[in-house]
Design a protein around this ligand. Structure first.
Ligand SMILES: Cc1cc2nc3c(=O)[nH]c(=O)nc-3n(C[C@H](O)[C@H](O)[C@H](O)COP(=O)(O)OP(=O)(O)OC[C@H]3O[C@@H](n4cnc5c(N)ncnc54)[C@H](O)[C@@H]3O)c2cc1C
Length: 594
């Protein structure tokens, strides 16, 4: 089918209508990359305090483009458009309820108050106990004119709130109808860079003046050059609205990603069941393969931006007062950037805008993006506005990094605010999840299934147990494989050691692939080794139960005794733990043992 061609084709011939050859990478390569980073990205966005809280101005803003009086419902206060008769369904399933934000919220304290509060608790527990507030608080309120988005606090009295992204997943909210369409229409209208002079003049009242004609011709020059470089052909380029296509792909890809999520996490408002909706997928994505293709384009663009930040992120402080969380977050981010930076390069921003003649275009692009950012204030559903704003900021940050950053330098680059970094990584997390969900939908659809398949099995996750080792001041990552072996990482450079021996070619939680030379006999021996080890492990655990219980009781009595005598109570020596990815029972075949 067309979609499978779109998804699986290994070639990406230059196609003027597809516009950007820079992201000319096979869909298969992107799927493979996504398989490698999916779990890491999801863990980063849901398990670290730094990336699971976002600061934004959600309520103190007004839609600057139209007002309630003359619009078809675009403003925040305006009721969301919902299914025919919502009165018949329970309150919790109504769009009005689904649209509301959930979970704790913390105000961003003004500068004067910031100075008075302790560095560890700048938000005074407002997000709940156990949240590393120094990982969430953003001290940098400055703006930079190289930003593609409106800094969240611009033009409003409030400095925004911190909200939990984990408590407010992007999913079906029921927000639809003319209000939602009006916003999407306005966003797509932003993309026409090259218009007739009359139209351009007419538009001056609505938009920031842009010099679009100059930009369009700049862009055409760049494209012409690029196409010649690629295949020596003079391309027939459409005379009208050329730039529109790059911009269009970004917006359309974001729209498609939002649609994928609402179809994946869909609520049947009459039965109250949350489940993937195949019909929704078919109508919004399957029947429009170019939308799926635009999501892939966005993936390439945003992941390249993260890869480009690799050096910058190595020296980034995520949490000022929580070294273990800071270390853990940094390790995961570094690993993500490292995987994304592996060849082949999937997006080549140097082919765009970098040409000195294309300066007008860059400003134009930036200004249009700012307008899209402002349009987000016209979205009449809190949760949708949250994710809409976050993703526009994420794409804006990706563009800023792609076109304003020099990856070899550090000091001279524009500052990267916490909000931008959180938006960037979460936006990548969103597209990553969209690609995975679209693939599951697609495969189930092709197989004639009514329901989507579960998400693919992704690469197991690296351990997250950062520990402060006694012999080092810095925390470093250690990995316990559950069979009594301890591995540790040296020099923050992903070199893993076991008993002083460096592990070549793999991480301790990875298992070597089956060598091409392995014979069926090797397979048999390997399988037998696994069965034998597993049986021994289980037997050993059972035999060890009395000893373990004795140890627990003894240590608890000692603690109680110390407490009774008024002495310092020693820390607990044991803990209950659910099996994780480091569980040896999850071991797969280890050929290295052969
Ligand atoms: C910023 C924003 C965030 C939103 N977030 C959510 C959310 O989190 N949860 C939720 O349930 N709803 C959300 N919505 C609403 C949702 O996007 C749809 O508007 C709604 O579900 C109605 O869908 P629809 O089928 O009428 O078409 P819409 O998705 O509203 O699309 C309008 C028109 O745009 C065109 N179009 C659609 N998709 C694409 C594409 N990928 N590329 C190019 N053109 C396209 C089609 O011609 C379509 O008729 C959000 C809306 C906005 C504006």
């Amino acid at each position: 089918s067309h979609v499978s061609q779109e998804l699986d084709t290994a070639k990406c011939a230059f196609d003027p209508s597809a516009m950007v050859t820079d992201a000319c990478v096979s869909y298969g390569t992107i799927n493979k990359l996504n398989d490698d980073v999916y779990t890491l990205l999801q863990s980063l966005t849901t398990e670290t305090d730094f990336f699971s809280y976002y600061r934004l101005n959600l309520f103190n803003t007004e839609c600057p483009f139209w007002s309630d009086a003359n619009s078809m419902c675009g403003n925040i206060a305006c009721a969301v458009n919902t299914i025919e008769s919502e009165d018949d369904i329970p309150l919790t399933w109504r769009s009005e309820e689904l649209s509301k934000l959930e979970g704790p919220k913390a105000n961003h304290p003004p500068r004067r108050v910031q100075a008075e509060r302790p560095k560890e608790r700048p938000l005074q527990g407002m997000l709940g106990e156990g949240v590393g507030e120094s990982c969430v608080m953003e001290y940098d309120d400055e703006c930079d004119d190289r930003d593609y988005c409106i800094p969240e606090d611009e033009g409003s009295a409030g400095k925004g709130d911190y909200v939990s992204l984990v408590d407010n997943p992007e999913r079906f909210t029921g927000y639809s109808g003319p209000g939602a369409h009006q916003v999407w229409d306005a966003i797509y209208r932003e993309n026409c860079f090259m218009k007739s002079t009359e139209e351009a003049l007419e538009d001056q009242s609505h938009h920031v003046p842009l010099g679009g004609l100059q930009a369009a011709s700049d862009f055409r020059n760049v494209l012409q050059k690029e196409s010649q470089r690629l295949d020596g052909l003079e391309l027939e380029l459409d005379n009208e609205c050329l730039e529109k296509r790059v911009f269009h792909r970004l917006i359309s890809g974001m729209h498609a990603s939002i649609s994928t999520h609402l179809c994946w996490d869909y609520l049947n408002q009459t039965t109250g069941q949350w489940q993937p909706n195949m019909q929704c997928y078919k109508e919004r994505l399957h029947d429009h393969p170019e939308r799926v293709s635009n999501m892939y384009f966005n993936y390439a663009l945003v992941s390249r931006a993260v890869a480009k930040l690799r050096k910058h992120l190595q020296s980034y402080t995520f949490c000022t007062s929580d070294p273990v969380q800071d270390f853990d977050t940094k390790q995961r981010v570094n690993e993500l950037a490292e995987i994304l930076a592996r060849p082949p390069r999937i997006f080549d921003e140097e082919l765009m805008f970098q040409d000195p003649i294309a300066h007008g275009l860059k400003d134009d692009f930036r200004n249009r993006f700012r307008n899209v950012s402002r349009l987000m204030d016209c979205v009449g559903c809190d949760k949708c506005r949250l994710w809409g704003k976050l993703q526009v900021n994420g794409y804006g940050t990706a563009l800023k990094v792609l076109f304003e950053y020099d990856e070899t330098k550090n000091g001279e680059n524009p500052p990267l605010r916490r909000t931008e970094l959180v938006a960037l990584i979460n936006t990548l997390g969103r597209i990553s999840h969209s690609l995975a969900a679209a693939r599951s939908f697609h495969e189930a659809y092709e197989a004639g299934q009514e329901h989507a398949f579960p998400l693919h099995h992704y690469a197991p996750l690296a351990p997250k147990n950062a520990e402060v080792t006694p012999d080092k001041e810095q925390p470093r990552r250690v990995f316990h494989d559950g069979a009594g072996n301890l591995y540790y990482e040296e020099n923050d450079d992903s070199e893993w050691y076991h008993g002083g021996q460096k592990m070549e070619g793999r991480k301790p939680w990875e298992y070597p692939a089956r060598p091409e030379t392995a014979t069926p006999y090797d397979d048999l021996v390997t399988e037998w080794t696994v069965i034998r080890d597993t049986t021994l492990y289980v037997m050993k655990s059972w035999i060890g139960i009395p000893h373990t219980c004795y140890g627990i009781v003894k240590s608890e009595i000692e603690r109680l005794w110390a407490f009774w005598l008024g002495l310092p109570v020693p820390p607990r020596q044991w803990k209950l733990k659910a099996p994780g990815s480091d569980d040896p029972m999850r071991r797969s075949v280890d050929y290295k043992e052969l």
